[in-house]
Write a protein of this length. Structure first.
Length: 405
């Protein structure tokens, strides 16, 4: 019989901590939400990180409800969020420090928050304002609205997005008079909007709501390509991107502010089915999974090294139509208008129904034809002095959309 001893060394697992704040640019006194994501990076079966993350900033401001949060997650990652309200202007560094737990070493990460100054880049609506249509989900979300297709009632048409149009904004700082070349990546399926979708400016200011105001438009810049369509992408699939190269000379302000006006390229596409909130199309290149991510970025090819990445997500909303009348009210940029009054009149001028559009700009008025197989009606949006005449057949519905002035 014999015995012996040996030493067993247990090493904790490594982690990384990444940080992001949404929105990534605010005015002093305006809050943003910051999230720390801790990932188990050691080989083998991952263990979900637990414990707390503490927060700090390089500038004046306050974290809420406190400067720490408790991780929650599954698999290799866990995350937690806090609200941060800066009180001083400038670029602040927001740092999250993971304390570690029984199984993991700690780690830290940081991100930049622009407070009353331009961020490195941002995705905004067509008014150059930050957007987020789902405050209950971290990050920047926009909504895609699908309406039941009257020509094929078992499917839907991708009718609108909220916001209706977008800008990717990139900010480069360099010595006045020096050359600069930027490469900017736009994700599928975004397409450019307007006759001159890519523009360069030498200055930016802010509205009282914190939206960008570009000014001092620059000349002598080139952009290749100068527009994007769906056919610009290879392959035509989520995850593809188009690279735009912008070149010119830095103005006396030392700022080159590039704006790219964009729209969602699937608008008007039909043949969608609602599969657990995933938009599945007969053309698989047009599939839109729920919470699909779209990543925009830029980097410097010639000039002072700079770059940034911004990701937004889409949420699918499907709207069915009862027999009668349905549709949307949108503004001139294609953004849904909520609370708009919609009325339906008979051919003799009798008011048959009145509703208000919901948060997605959608309305639906049920109506059943009696004593005839076909009749004419007028649908009106009186606040905007809009109306359209439609024909309704028995046991069917019409989809009538309105664009406000």
């Amino acid at each position: 019989m014999s015995s012996g001893t040996f030493k067993l060394s247990v090493t904790k697992r490594s982690t990384t901590t990444s940080v992001s704040c949404s929105p990534n640019f605010v005015q002093p006194g305006v809050s943003t939400t910051c999230q720390a994501t801790v990932t188990d990076t050691s080989p083998g079966t991952p263990i979900t990180p637990t414990g707390t993350v503490t927060w700090s900033s390089s500038g004046a401001g306050a974290f809420s409800p406190s400067n720490s949060c408790t991780l929650s997650g599954a698999g290799a990652t866990a995350a937690c969020t806090v609200t941060y309200t800066p009180s001083s202007q400038g670029t602040q560094v927001i740092t999250a420090t993971y304390q570690g737990d029984r199984d993991h070493f700690g780690s830290s990460g940081n991100t930049q928050l622009a407070v009353g100054v331009p961020p490195r880049s941002a995705v905004t609506d067509s008014s150059f304002c930050s957007f987020d249509t789902d405050p209950n989900t971290f990050g920047q979300q926009f909504t895609i609205i699908y309406i039941q297709d009257p020509l094929n009632p078992g499917t839907y048409e991708l009718t609108a997005t909220n916001p209706g149009q977008f800008y990717y904004n990139a900010f480069y700082h360099g010595p006045a008079g020096s050359p600069v070349t930027l490469q900017i990546r736009i994700p599928y399926p975004f397409i450019t909007q307007g006759a001159v979708p890519i523009q360069e400016f030498g200055q930016v200011s802010f509205t009282s709501q914190g939206c960008f105001i570009p000014s001092d438009q620059l000349s002598g810049f080139t952009a290749t390509p100068n527009s994007i369509t769906l056919s610009s992408y290879t392959p035509q699939a989520m995850g593809s991107f188009v690279t735009i190269t912008v070149s010119g000379t830095v103005p006396s302000t030392g700022l080159v502010y590039v704006t790219i006006h964009l729209n969602y390229g699937f608008k008007g596409a039909t043949g969608y089915s609602d599969v657990s909130n995933n938009a599945v199309n007969t053309d698989t290149s047009k599939n839109v999974p729920q919470l699909q991510s779209y990543t925009f970025n830029f980097n410097t090819v010639v000039g002072v090294p700079q770059g940034d990445t911004q990701t937004i997500q889409s949420e699918n909303v499907f709207k069915g139509c009862a027999n009668g009348f349905c549709g949307m009210v949108m503004d001139s940029q294609g953004t849904p208008v909520s609370g708009a009054t919609v009325q339906v009149y008979s051919s003799t001028g009798q008011l048959l129904g009145t509703v208000q559009t919901d948060q997605y700009g959608f309305y639906s008025i049920s109506y059943t034809l009696i004593g005839t197989n076909l009749a004419t009606f007028t649908i009106a949006v009186p606040t905007y002095n809009l109306q359209q005449t439609v024909t309704l057949a028995v046991d069917t519905f019409t989809v009538t959309n309105f664009t406000t002035p």
